[in-house]
Design a protein around this ligand. Structure first.
Ligand code: GLU
Length: 491
């Protein structure tokens, strides 16, 4: 079947490997997938890894694994190949260079030699004058020959898009025409001084070269789309159709964030949500079957898929609803199937080898195994019995505060983020020095918060195995408990 009598659609998701795979990526992938499958089109997976500073080792693998777990299979991608590869932007750098040269030659883009100092000074001036922040077009009218001579002389430069006067209209399938005044659009950097393309350039070149017909992505990219429309115009290319889905939100309507909800797909997998249930839950956030039915399969969604059934109003990611869906689906499983699923979840996971190694020397009977490792499973833990045993030389209010700082800083630190026993230890010791906390006190809090026990296997092995998301969730919960305790702890 075709859309609008045209060729079958080609759609894509283009995640950046900058951390754990986000549930927002799964949400966008689901809608791309359903649309492609509905119309016999192709679903492409492209890795946008040109931002070397934010690149996280292992993230690409985790993204692919998570989408595989959900059963959202792609037709072309870095692992399966395809006619339009390579599917990693870092392997396509030559292509971006080739494309930017004619833009510079025709004056639609230009080289900018402004130094960091000049840009900083400009910014300060604009802030003082309460003017719009952005590039002032200083290098726009440089003589091309002079610019070339400066390049030859080795001067550092970026390439910027020359944004013309007027306005730019983004025609969005779900939102209608969205108009942007061009004076609000910065002369966007297309190529950075290190020669790497920016997101905007690489994204547009790739979508065009990969024959993408519909760009289906999150609302957070809508403000970038006028820049992309201008780039399509500068290149003289036909635009894809634009579809910006609503941004997932916490219950309080703020943007879904890990401060309030676990946002990593890995977390939901490790807690034992069923992948089909998880997809059904995600689908209900922005799609309706046209009747009151909330429970439907992926295939049913595909068969019924139409844009008129997709809504963009702030979809709320409600964990209570997810739990209810999952409980229903577990209840509906025949017992042998449930047994197989639990066996797979417990014994088939990568964690089992590590759990065995950890308990090997510490259990006396086989039967001790389950109680010994029980806190590695499940969500939040009960702190009521352990709190009276908590001995630290700080007040509980200080404890709550330092833990909040810990979960905040761990994400921003490469060692913290890596979350292996070694990196956790290095991060935590440095953290103690930085904040002048005794390691003993902080480590006690981490152990109690993460495990709900005062004695647990070696701390950093424990934290790594509890896992980053479960750790964050429990510490957040523990902070809440600490804050509501009446008495300070005695050392
Ligand atoms: N690399 C962007 C991301 O991380 C892609 C956005 C888009 O779909 O254009 O989500």
């Amino acid at each position: 079947m075709s859309t609008d009598g045209r060729m079958p659609p080609r759609v894509r998701i283009a995640p950046s490997p900058t951390g754990d795979p986000h549930v927002g990526t799964a949400y966008i992938a689901l809608f791309n997938y359903a649309f492609a499958r509905r119309h016999g089109g192709k679903f492409v997976l492209r890795i946008e890894d040109t931002d070397q500073q934010r690149y996280t080792e292992g993230s690409e693998h985790a993204i692919l694994e998570s989408l595989r777990w959900l059963g959202l299979s792609w037709d072309e991608g870095p692992d399966v190949g395809g006619e339009h590869g390579p599917y990693r932007q870092s392997e396509r750098l030559e292509l971006y260079r080739e494309h930017v040269a004619p833009l510079v030659a025709s004056g639609k883009a230009y080289r900018c030699f402004c130094t960091r100092e000049r840009l900083d000074a400009l910014r300060k001036e604009q802030m003082a004058a309460k003017a719009r922040l952005g590039y002032d077009g200083h290098c726009r009218s440089l003589d091309p020959q002079q610019a070339e001579a400066r390049v030859q002389a080795g001067e550092a430069y970026v390439v910027r898009l020359h944004v013309p006067e007027g306005k730019t209209v983004v025609t969005d399938r779900l939102r209608g025409d969205v108009e942007f005044a061009n004076e609000q659009i910065d002369d966007q950097v297309l190529v950075k001084s290190d020669g790497f393309p920016t997101y905007h350039l690489a994204n547009v070149v790739d979508d065009h070269c990969m024959g993408i017909t519909h760009v289906i992505r999150g609302e957070e990219w809508l403000s970038s789309t006028p820049k992309h429309v201008l780039l399509y115009e500068a290149f003289g290319w036909e635009q894809p159709q634009w579809i910006h889905l609503g941004l997932l939100r916490n219950a309080d309507k703020s943007k879904l964030s890990k401060r309030k909800n676990p946002v990593s797909i890995i977390h939901y997998r490790s807690l034992g949500y069923l992948p089909a249930t998880f997809l059904n839950f995600l689908a209900t956030l922005g799609f309706s079957m046209g009747d009151d039915r909330e429970r439907f399969s992926l295939q049913e969604m595909i068969d019924a898929f139409e844009w008129s059934k997709v809504s963009v109003g702030g979809p709320v990611f409600d964990p209570v609803k997810l739990d209810a869906f999952n409980a229903d689906d577990i209840r509906a499983l025949p017992l042998p199937e449930l047994q197989a699923q639990i066996a797979e979840h417990v014994l088939g996971s990568d964690r089992i080898a590590a759990l065995l190694a950890l308990s090997h020397e510490r259990i006396e009977r086989l039967d001790d195994f389950i109680p010994y490792v029980s806190f590695f499973f499940g969500g939040v833990v009960d702190y009521s019995t352990v709190l009276p045993k908590l001995k630290i030389k700080r007040t509980l209010a200080e404890a709550a505060k330092i833990l909040a700082t810990f979960v905040d800083e761990i994400e921003r630190d490469p060692q913290g983020r890596a979350f292996t026993p070694q990196s956790l230890e290095a991060f935590s010791r440095a953290f103690c020095e930085r904040h002048e906390w005794k390691a003993r006190d902080l480590f006690t809090l981490l152990r109690v918060g993460a495990a709900g026990r005062t004695a647990a296997p070696p701390l950093f092995d424990t934290l790594a195995l509890v896992g980053k998301d479960r750790f964050r969730m429990r510490i957040r919960d523990f902070i809440g408990v600490l804050k509501t305790q009446p008495k300070p702890a005695k050392g």
